[in-house]
Design a protein around this ligand. Structure first.
Ligand SMILES: Nc1nc2c(c(=O)[nH]1)N[C@H]1C(S)=C(S)[C@@H](COP(=O)(O)OP(=O)(O)OC[C@H]3O[C@@H](n4cnc5c(=O)[nH]c(N)nc54)[C@H](O)[C@@H]3O)O[C@H]1N2
Ligand SMILES: Nc1nc2c(c(=O)[nH]1)N[C@H]1C(S)=C(S)[C@@H](COP(=O)(O)OP(=O)(O)OC[C@H]3O[C@@H](n4cnc5c(=O)[nH]c(N)nc54)[C@H](O)[C@@H]3O)O[C@H]1N2
Ligand code: SF4
Ligand SMILES: [Mo]
Length: 902
């Protein structure tokens, strides 16, 4: 891609880390002399060994200045205007200072993100807990990893992931619980798939209410009833106690087994557990036997576990099973929390959560608070936990928190009961947002916008799921007047008169962070913290810049640590791990009455969260271009909705509209919606508005995967689409979704009001004023059809197609017209038909985004060449030949085609 306005600062290849998921793949970025950028996997990176998934591969497409926030902005009387850094930062500093002076330090808050670098995160936390004097700094990791953190702390005494990625290759059984790794941790998933191919004895069990792409490699899929994992693992604990307990390990290294078994007993007999989990008892027995009889077991878990009102208990129920068998800390075994964001771990190391301190110190330990204050030489160290994300936004709405600074997260989309979050920001006196892009739902509610450096421009470190610290390195110069997040925070801190923020580079911050990790660590009567990277303190700037990926702890510069707890010593004072009793309990809100179905929410393969970055890539838009509701055909029948048509999903908290589809492997009683669409990309698909705000009592993590809803048809009277070179103000128009095209934007439309005055509406919308504009149109008033194309200098500028029925032409051919600088006469004639005179084959929905290969192309190749495996499909069509993220889908097409042929 061209990076016209971006001045490349490096013309050789720069090694950095992917800014998306917690696998933390190494990326090699090369900016050519001509300004073009090439992205490839970094073969030397231990987490990924040269591999990238589709999102990582498409990083180049997401850069560039289009849509970026390039200067500070202030909102005055509802309108945004550019401001200088001085003016903007003074406004933030004086606003925070005034609120603190008038209402105390707890009346301000920071809401930050696992997408900040460790250095940014470190200073944000120091600013709030050490200088403002409040622990009101929470992070979107509350929505993500907080149940795992709570579970780790309860069991181990510290937030520790004991294992490493190699364990997935060395295991004989991998249990994936509430994880769609094929789509969410793709390169790690592919590592498992390769290990299984080499060693078919490696068994994989997937525990997920949906039959996801991850089940492609599963020997056993347990489609648990949503929210019932504690029953499942409590039942397993009882089974293991009888068949696989490691008594000497339990005796020497743990406490609390009897209470845990007592609590687990409440789950009942195997038959009762099977009933509670809605599983076939034979499958359950198979799973229990497999687990009991396999020494090397890794149980990896993600959001199906954490995002629950029993999230922390789910985590501990899993850990209990590893403790009772002593399967922890040794090669090929252990509980393994897969992190979501690129720096979820780094955030936890610096104490980004409202109930933690920096460097794994404890907020409720006065001695550690004292030690931290001494190290920082700060006026305070917050003495009580701050507000957790959901409570924070309630406190903002209640007027208790009057100023909030949001960094690298988009809470008006990602929080549960997202309309509540919007109401909160509307009432808040001062809302500051630091972001890399201008158009986000949260920015729309902010008073001050601060432009941050993004990936490729910023410098620092991140920590992945296996505790591996890697450098993110800059290879592009700052666009506009954007500045690094750490730099912005330090500047505000200095303006508020705080000392201790004179950092001039991320290297200096990292050094302080590394020194703090070793500060009074196990000395001066303080608890020994396993998080210790003092071996990385004292590096020169050049050392830091050249830092190779390294797993912590790093107590001496030479130390390398793949696994923890192998010696049976845990981080609790007595060195023992705790069995945590977990009594199964149902989710907070159960389906029934008005809301008979359970809404489950999660991710799709090619998009990242609220789409502010992946949404800019045409390649990534094609796999799943529109928001959808996946549901069982029988439920659809009962609700009176049909596949391909729009439906409304309503809960007690809000409503959204999306297209119904089947085939997502969902059982009756549940529906699934992706989380990615916001007010910027769709009129009515911000799914957070529907999600209930109940949280886990221990971790404060919301129950994103379980909201009772009802579904009903969303009747429309017309359908349509627009392709346009410029963005259109559709905000108030009918139902719409925005899809990124190559040199255009596509809008899918539907309307409820009778369709009238098409000609005037179309010209107004497409901004065509000139009477002799090159404007071609056709209207069939009786048939309820209207089509128009606007050309400028022989090039297509925009086209609009609407009809009373949904049978509009496929968008593919029209989209290809946007590639042409000049339309040929034959193209012009075909424009209103929306397809070439002799149409080729419609490739169908995209399966392989890397090479743009559609479903129909693959199906035809399978049939014509009698293909029987994914490698054959790749050889014929290229699909799956780059990142491999689509291989599970190719394999299910192979299976479907084979069934159809039979
Ligand atoms: N493509 C892509 N990848 C991503 C991200 C992204 O936005 N896009 N985001 C990253 C982030 S921040 C995160 S946190 C991770 C999330 O990674 P995952 O947790 O793997 O992804 P999700 O789709 O949120 O949910 C996982 C699964 O939990 C299942 N589930 C729902 N309820 C239950 C239940 O009660 N029990 C069990 N066992 N399972 C249940 C869902 O059906 C779903 O398939 O992905 C990371 N990777
Ligand atoms: N219904 C439902 N909701 C969910 C979830 C779910 O499963 N279901 N999952 C939850 C989870 S696990 C997560 S992690 C959250 C994620 O939710 P969010 O964190 O809200 O989502 P993002 O779109 O990643 O928001 C990141 C923002 O930071 C900006 N940004 C990117 N890089 C930088 C940078 O370097 N500096 C600054 N200042 N800004 C930057 C981006 O443009 C974007 O606006 O969503 C949560 N919400
Ligand atoms: S698996 Fe994909 S999204 Fe995750 S770090 Fe690797 S390339 Fe990035
Ligand atoms: Mo996450």
């Amino acid at each position: 891609m061209e990076l016209s306005a971006h001045f490349p600062i490096a013309s050789t290849s720069v090694k950095t880390t992917c800014p998306y998921c917690g696998v933390g793949c190494g990326v090699s970025a090369q900016v050519g002399q001509d300004g073009t950028l090439a992205i490839a996997g970094d073969a030397a990176h231990p987490a990924s060994q040269g591999r990238l998934c589709v999102k990582g591969s498409a990083l180049g497409e997401t850069l560039g200045n289009r849509g970026r926030l390039l200067a500070p902005m202030l909102r005055e009387e509802g309108a945004l205007r550019e401001a200088s850094w001085d003016e903007a930062l003074d406004k933030v500093a004086s606003g925070f200072a005034r609120v603190i002076a008038e209402h105390g330090p707890d009346a301000v808050a920071l809401y930050v993100s696992g997408q900040l670098l460790t250095e940014d995160y470190y200073v944000a936390n120091k600013f709030m807990k050490g200088y403002v004097g409040s622990a009101n700094i929470d992070t979107n990791s509350r929505l993500c990893m907080s149940s795992a953190v709570a579970g780790h702390k309860r069991a181990f005494g510290e937030d520790i992931v004991p294992g490493c990625y190699e364990d997935f290759e060395q295991a004989d059984l991998i249990v994936l619980v509430g994880s769609n790794a094929a789509w969410c941790h793709p390169t790690l998933y592919q590592r498992i798939a390769r290990a299984k191919q080499d060693r078919p004895d490696l068994k994989v069990v997937v525990v997920d209410p949906r039959r996801t792409a991850t089940c492609d490699i599963a020997d056993l899929h347990l489609p648990v009833k949503p929210g019932t994992d504690v029953w499942l693992f409590d039942g397993l604990l009882g089974h293991l106690a009888q068949h696989a307990a490691d008594d000497s390990f339990i005796e020497a290294h743990t406490t609390g087994v009897a209470d845990a078994l007592d609590a687990a007993g409440k789950a009942g007999t195997l038959a009762e557990v099977a009933k509670a989990c809605r599983l076939d008892p034979r499958d359950l027995e198979r799973f229990y036997d497999l687990f009991a009889n396999t020494e090397k077991v890794v149980t990896a878990f993600t959001m199906g576990v954490n995002q629950s009102t029993s999230g922390a208990d789910k985590v501990n129920a899993i850990i209990n099973c590893h403790l009772i068998t002593g399967r922890i800390g040794r090669p090929g075994m252990g509980p393994f929390s897969l992190t979501g964001q690129p720096n979820a771990m780094g955030g936890r190391e610096v104490g980004g959560l409202a109930n933690m301190l920096a460097a794994h110190m404890d907020l409720d330990d006065a001695a550690q608070r004292g030690a931290l204050q001494e190290f920082w030489d700060s006026p305070h160290v917050a003495g009580k936990p701050g507000l957790k994300a959901v409570d924070l936004f309630r406190a903002i709405e209640d007027g208790k928190v009057k100023a909030v600074w949001i960094m690298a997260t988009n809470p008006l989309v990602s929080l549960p009961d997202a309309d509540q979050a919007r109401r909160a920001l509307e009432k808040c006196e001062l809302v500051v947002a630091s972001d890399v892009v201008l158009g986000t739902d949260t920015n729309d509610a902010a008073h001050v916008l601060l432009p941050a450096l993004g990936w490729g421009e910023k410098d620092g470190t991140v920590t992945n799921s296996e505790r591996c610290i890697s450098r993110q390195r800059a290879f592009l110069s700052a666009p506009g007047s954007a500045r690094a997040d750490w730099d912005i925070i330090c500047d505000v801190a200095r303006r508020m008169g705080f000392k201790g923020f004179d950092f001039t580079s991320p290297h200096e911050i990292f050094d302080e962070h590394a020194r703090l990790s070793g500060w009074k660590n196990g000395t001066d009567g303080q608890r020994r913290r396993l998080f210790d990277v003092k071996g990385l303190a004292g590096m020169t700037r050049a050392d830091y810049d050249a830092l190779d990926p390294v797993q912590w702890p790093v107590r001496t510069p030479e130390e390398r640590t793949a696994r923890l707890f192998g010696d049976g010593r845990f981080a609790h004072g007595d060195g023992r791990a705790r069995f945590v009793p977990t009594v199964p309990r149902a989710p907070a809100h159960l389906p029934g009455g008005e809301y008979p179905l359970v809404l489950n929410t999660g991710r799709v393969r090619d998009q990242w969260h609220t789409m502010t970055r992946t949404g800019r890539s045409q390649k990534l838009a094609e796999h799943i271009p529109e928001p959808y509701i996946d549901m069982h055909p029988q439920d659809a029948l009962l609700c009176g909705v049909k596949a391909g048509e729009l439906a409304r999903v309503t809960s007690d908290w809000g409503a959204v509209v999306a297209r119904v589809q089947h085939g997502g492997g969902i059982a009756r009683g549940s529906v699934f919606m992706p989380i990615h669409w916001s007010g910027q990309t769709a009129s009515d698909a911000r799914v957070g508005t529907v999600v209930n705000p109940a949280v886990d009592p221990v971790s404060g993590e919301p129950e994103f995967k379980h909201t009772p809803v009802r579904i009903e048809p969303f009747g429309v009277t017309w359908f349509g689409f627009i392709l346009s070179r410029t963005e259109l103000p559709l905000r108030e128009a009918s139902n719409w979704t925005r899809v990124q095209g190559k040199d255009f934007v596509r809008y899918e439309l539907a309307g409820r009001k009778p369709f009238a005055a098409a000609h005037d509406w179309a010209r107004k919308l497409l901004d065509v004023h000139d009477d002799d504009a090159d404007w071609i149109e056709v209207e069939d008033k009786n048939g309820g059809m209207y089509r128009a194309v606007h050309l400028v200098d022989g090039r297509i500028e925009a086209c609009l197609f609407v009809a009373q029925r949904a049978d509009l032409p496929a968008r593919t051919w029209l989209a290809s017209m946007f590639d042409k600088e000049q339309l040929e006469p034959a193209d012009r004639i075909s424009l209103l038909a929306g397809r070439a005179k002799e149409p080729g084959i419609d490739p169908g929905p995209t399966v392989c985004s890397c090479f743009g290969v559609g479903r129909k192309t693959i199906e035809i190749a399978i049939r014509q060449n009698n293909l029987c495996d994914a490698a054959g499909v790749t050889a014929c069509t290229k699909a799956g030949g780059n990142c491999g993220s689509c291989i599970p889908e190719i394999r299910s097409l192979l299976a479907e085609t084979q069934v159809a042929e039979a």
